[in-house]
Design a protein around this ligand. Structure first.
Ligand code: MLT
Length: 258
């Protein structure tokens, strides 16, 4: 599948995968800061942003295969640094487990390795069905928005939330349903964390209520030698809410790789 993407900067390649139902726009502050030193490649995953939204279930492995096809199309065969937020983190885990030779470091942001509980998966399927029947994803997206951001961001940065909400609301309902169904059936990857040998940064907003600190701590405990960074004054959307702290953590991590 053809992925829309931005390609910014010189130097070693970093691929950043956005969450649900977001797009490559969420990495704006990382591109602005790190794009002078690194080549930041930010795709829109299947159905999101400007990438086409086919019918069907968007499995995490299929979204990962899209990323490999896209890297191949760019003739990027050397191992790259891979980062992903939330759903992008699920895709990143699928990639490093299934294509270990394509990556040289991993950044897992506000994400988890567990599968959905039975209740959480059932809830996603119910939401997906509602979106498919109505052809309208606005209620699902509106329901997510307050949970994505910390209370501080909600009080002090309504502009950040307003801009994100406006872009999220443009997500094709087919993609919302397809990704909900794909996330509901994603495999549990906790058992493979111990086999990840890549240098790994685990990053989480201190007020993330979607993928909370304990989940990041558990991932960091399981991936040998990984580094956990807690981002203050941020929720699930840490790269947008506190970009200075996120960019500092990424820079320090990348400097240690050099
Ligand atoms: C995301 O930010 O990608 C989603 O909240 C992930 C999820 O719903 O599991």
């Amino acid at each position: 599948m053809l992925l829309a993407f931005d390609d910014n900067g010189p130097g070693p390649v970093i691929v950043l995968l956005h969450g649900f139902p977001l797009g490559r726009w969420m990495w704006h502050a990382q591109v602005a800061d790190l794009g002078g030193v690194y080549r930041l490649l930010t795709p829109d995953l299947r159905g999101h942003g400007e990438t086409a939204a086919p019918e069907g279930i968007y499995t995490i492995d299929e979204m990962a295969d899209d990323v490999i096809e896209w890297l191949d199309s760019l003739q990027i065969t050397e191992p790259v640094v891979l980062g992903g937020l939330s759903m992008g983190g699920y895709v990143a885990l699928s990639l490093v487990v299934r294509y270990p030779n394509r990556f040289r470091a991993l950044m897992l942001m506000d994400t988890k390795a567990w599968a959905d509980s039975v209740d959480a998966a059932a809830n996603r399927l119910r939401l997906a069905q509602g979106v498919e029947e109505s052809g309208d994803a606005s209620a699902v997206i509106q329901g997510m928005i307050p949970r994505l951001f910390s209370s501080l961001t909600r009080e002090q940065r309504p502009d950040v939330i307003g801009q994100a909400a406006e872009k999220m609301m443009r997500t094709n309902p087919r993609a919302v349903a397809g990704a909900l169904r794909g996330m509901a059936e994603r495999p549990d990857r906790t058992a493979v964390l111990g086999r990840i040998t890549l240098p790994t940064l685990v990053l989480v907003g201190e007020d993330d209520i979607i993928t909370p600190l304990v989940e990041a701590q558990a991932i960091a405990a399981d991936i040998p030698g990984s580094t956990l960074v807690i981002i203050p004054h941020a929720g699930h959307m840490a790269p947008m809410e506190n970009p200075a702290a996120v960019n500092r953590a990424i820079r320090e991590f990348l400097n240690r790789l050099a």
